[in-house]
Design a protein around this ligand. Structure first.
Ligand code: PEP
Length: 259
C-alpha cells in the first residue's frame, strides 16, 4: 500500500510571522490525518519557526533545496547537515525552478540526492518536460533522462527512500494542470523505469507525486488515478484551508489500495 503524500512547497514566500501562522493553521487542520502523509517546505529562513510549530505534529518538515557538500566555501548555500539539524525529513530536489531558473544540472541533483540520504533525510526528485518538449513529443525522453541521471549510482535501498514528483513545467504556477489522464500516462512510464533501474517491487512501492497547478477542486481527480500517489502543491499551499482540503481529498479512500 502506498500511502498518499501531500507536500506544500511555499517557494520564496513567508516571513517568520507568516510562516508561523501558516504552519499553525496546517498543523491544527491536520491533527490526525487519515490515509495521507503531509509535509510542508518553507523557505530556509522560516525553517526554525516552522520546526518549532510542527514539533510533535503530524505534519513533517521539508526543505526546498540544499547543497551536496557538508560545509565550506559555498557562499549562499545550505548543507544537508544544517537542514537535518533543524528537523527536516524531506528535501525537494530538481524542482523545475531550480533546473530552469538556476540552471541546476542532473549531475548536481544526483549529488544532492546522495548527500540528503547520507543525512537521513529523503529526497523528492522532481522531473518534468517544458511545453515545447511536450509539443515535440519529447516528454518521455526528457523525464527518463532526468530520472536515470537523478538516481544514478544510488543503491536500491536508497532509491526506495526517494519519492518522485512528475511536474510538467508548463503546469507549474500557470493554473493549467495536466489532466489526470496526461499525468497518469507519465506516472506509468516512470514506474516502468523504476522497475528497470531497480526492481518490480521497488516500482510498486515508490511513491510518484503529481505537481503543477494542483488546487482543492482538482486534487481528488488526480489522486484517484492508481499511479498518482499524492501531490506536490506550490501556490495553493500558501492558503491553509485550501491545502488542508487538498490533503484530505488526496487521502487513501476505502476501495482498491494502491498496490
Ligand atoms: C511547485 O512549486 O512545485 C508547483 C507545483 O507549483 P504550483 O502548484 O503553484 O503550480
Amino acid at each position: 500500500m502506498r500511502t498518499p503524500l501531500v507536500i506544500g512547497n511555499w517557494k520564496m514566500n513567508g516571513t517568520q510571522a507568516m510562516a508561523r501562522e501558516l504552519a499553525q493553521a496546517v498543523r491544527d487542520g491536520l491533527k490526525r490525518p487519515r490515509g495521507v502523509e503531509v509535509v510542508v517546505c518553507p523557505p530556509f529562513t522560516a525553517l526554525p519557526v516552522a520546526a518549532e510549530v510542527l514539533k510533535g505534529a503530524a505534519v513533517a518538515l521539508g526543505a526546498q533545496n540544499c547543497h551536496w557538500e557538508e560545509q565550506g566555501a559555498f557562499t549562499g548555500e545550505v548543507s544537508p547537515a544544517m537542514l537535518a539539524e533543524l528537523g527536516c525529513r524531506w528535501v525537494l530536489l530538481g524542482h523545475s525552478e531550480r533546473r530552469h531558473v538556476f540552471r541546476e544540472t542532473d549531475e548536481e541533483i544526483n549529488r544532492k540526492a546522495a548527500a540528503v540520504m547520507r543525512h537521513g533525510m529523503r529526497p523528492v526528485l522532481c522531473v518534468g518536460e517544458t511545453e515545447e518538449e511536450r509539443r515535440q513529443g519529447l516528454t518521455f525522453t526528457v523525464v527518463e533522462g532526468q530520472l536515470r541521471a537523478g538516481l544514478a549510482g544510488l543503491s536500491p535501498e536508497d532509491v526506495a527512500r526517494c519519492v518522485l514528483a512528475y511536474e510538467p513545467v508548463w503546469a507549474i504556477g500557470t493554473g493549467v494542470n495536466a489532466t489526470p489522464g496526461q499525468a497518469a500516462e507519465v506516472h506509468g512510464y516512470l514506474r516502468g523505469l523504476v522497475s528497470e533501474v531497480g526492481s518490480k517491487e521497488l516500482a510498486q512501492s515508490i511513491r510518484i507525486l503529481y505537481g503543477g497547478s494542483v488546487k482543492p477542486d482538482n486534487a481528488q481527480a488526480l489522486t484517484q488515478e492508481p499511479d498518482i500517489d499524492g501531490v506536490l502543491v506550490g501556490g495553493a499551499s500558501l492558503q491553509a484551508p485550501g491545502f488542508i482540503t487538498i490533503a484530505k481529498k488526496s487521502a487513501a479512500r476505502s476501495g482498491p489500495s494502491k498496490e
